[in-house]
Design a protein. Structure first.
Length: 231
């Protein structure tokens, strides 16, 4: 069941989230009991030094890895011990991903890249081409619909990736260093694009970043140090 906090809907809930890795005889505790609630229509930055567990946390939230202990709910659905098949469906319907290196399919146009998640949805809510066109136009790429990734700048590719992440209108968008591979000018355009679609769609955004200036643009910052939330 989706949790409520007063009148605020909890889109992401973690409880005692722990992740350990075995490196030979050494056990590395990447996350040490993370309790976190993120609410509908928030824009939250996850910050902290290298090795603090930021990307590990994002991977667990997104169902890309399994926790050693604890619990994860996305939009009221407990994904902690979900089968891989069902987890794939939940990721497609409930979670959008934006990565540092775009991960676009090079042989497809921008329009085709964005339409792809809709075509794989169990119960498509949109016409793939119409939805892809609307999102790309919202992100200022209406004149790049039929360009392939190699014909786009880095900033344009990242905006296509954001559009693709939003294709199925997920309640949660996860972004891992989305400006880490861009120059400052392109990064500013991408962040403004993220804020524009956040305002337009109401999607909750959780963003991992090393960039203090970017983190300050978020509604809230969650600081990790040594696998624990410290602020």
């Amino acid at each position: 069941m989706t949790q409520l906090n007063g009148s605020r809907r909890v889109v992401l809930h973690t409880e005692g989230l722990t992740k350990e890795f075995n490196l030979g005889s050494v056990v590395v505790r990447a996350l040490r009991g993370i309790d976190l609630d993120i609410y509908a229509n928030e824009m939250v930055g996850i910050v902290g030094p290298s090795g603090s567990g930021k990307s590990t946390l994002l991977g667990l939230i997104g169902g890309l890895d399994r926790p050693t202990a604890g619990r994860i709910e996305i939009d009221g659905i407990d994904i902690t011990y979900m089968s891989e098949g069902r987890l794939t469906e939940v990721r497609n319907e409930k979670i959008g991903f934006v990565f540092q290196f775009f991960n676009l399919i090079p042989t497809l146009t921008a329009l085709e890249n964005v339409a792809l998640p809709i075509q794989f949805a169990r119960y498509p809510k949109f016409d793939p081409e119409k939805r892809a066109r609307e999102l790309l136009e919202l992100l200022g790429l209406g004149d790049r619909l039929h360009h392939r990734p190699m014909e786009l700048s880095g900033g344009q590719q990242q905006r296509v990736a954001i559009a693709r992440a939003l294709a199925n209108n997920p309640p949660l968008l996860l972004a891992d260093e989305p400006t880490g591979n861009l120059d400052s000018e392109a990064a500013a355009v991408v962040i403004q694009a993220l804020r524009d679609v956040w305002r337009e769609t109401g999607t909750t955004v959780v963003l991992v970043t090393h960039d203090p200036a970017l983190a300050r643009k978020m509604d809230r910052q969650v600081t990790l140090v040594d696998g624990r939330i410290v602020g």
